[in-house]
Ligand binder design. Sequence first.
Ligand code: ZN
Length: 418
Amino acid sequence: MQRKPTLLKGISLRLKVNKQQEQDLMRQTGACRWVYNHFLALQIEGYEEFDSFMSYNNMCGILTQLKYEEDTCWLRQIDSTALQRSLRDLSTALKNFFESKSGKRKGRKVSFPKFKSLHKTKRAISLVNNNDSIRVQEFDECWRIKLNKFKFFSVYNWRKRLGMIYNANRILSTTIYQDSDQKWYASVLVECETQTCLPNQIRTTGIDLGLKTTVVLADGSFVNASKPTEKYRKKLKKLQQIFSRKLEVRKNIKDQYGRIIFSKSMIQLKEKISRLHFKIKCIRKDFNHKLSRHIVDNFEITTMEDLNIQQMLQKDGDFARNIQDVAWFQLRTFIEYKCKWAGKIFLLASKWLPSSKTCSDCGCIVDLKISMRKWKCPNCNIIHDRDINAAKNLDRISRTLYETGIEITNPKEFANSF
Ligand SMILES: [Zn+2]
């Protein structure tokens, strides 16, 4: 029998953590950080002495030895897949650094891996499923999840979330982490069967991204951007100003490492600022989830422009801040995975496609200034709205796919051929 095509889904859970589990999580995540830092120090030593680096396998060997030494035998109580993952992360970080240095790796320069500090790094631990070590089980009409060495966790919204995990073909791994709201979350990676049944009626659309209106669809409908940072900017700025004033006052009060000792009110203020940041993040995420859900529910084939967001962010000032605020990349990721889950098609058109400059009625390309919101086609005399016209051009890619009915293997390549 032929195996059905599968896809990977990441399902995030918010864990209900009791005191003991909290301690356990702190201990295990702390151990992973310790292993990362310990081996980074070894790597630096080795580099200075022999001008070379240890491989991942060598590090694993040393880790096993450490588990049987008196000082470090506590490592045996830590999840072994998590420790291996720490070493794997370190190995990747070193590899990226060297490939970037030698020019083998393209893009932004990667710096040498840094030690993970207690306060600046997010607490996180990655576990691999070995023989059902990650599993969902029923307790008194309520489901809970077992994550390797940890005791069973209760989960918020368990009916829906744990149901998805329970029905998956297999569970691969999970990452447990503490977000800036100090709550614990788990992201579970599962393998599911792909849904391929498209309904009889195929609806297509193109999406044009903008700053004023986040998205414009080919049918002319649009959704206004939610800009949470904009909304809370004044409040945030005020809090940050108060904080830096307090910092200035205490700049001479330092601990043995030369760090400024925060007063109680400063710690509270800092928490307040990070809560506000978290709130902004949540509003943005919620907005993008709802918007992407709307698009995916209403259209079977969607085309979006492939924007070079990194490059745009490098332009400073309002433009970059606005882009960050509407979080296009997040929206794109959400639409993409929701399409995949629903068995729908998502296409990415080349960023070189002149989607704004092409008349969607006759196809002639005109010279257009960025400030022109409305323009008249010199060839067919139709007046276009800039954004809607761009969306229509992107929709053309969706429709072509539908009309030709060819089976696509690479959605990006297909869309780039226009
Ligand atoms: Zn025209």
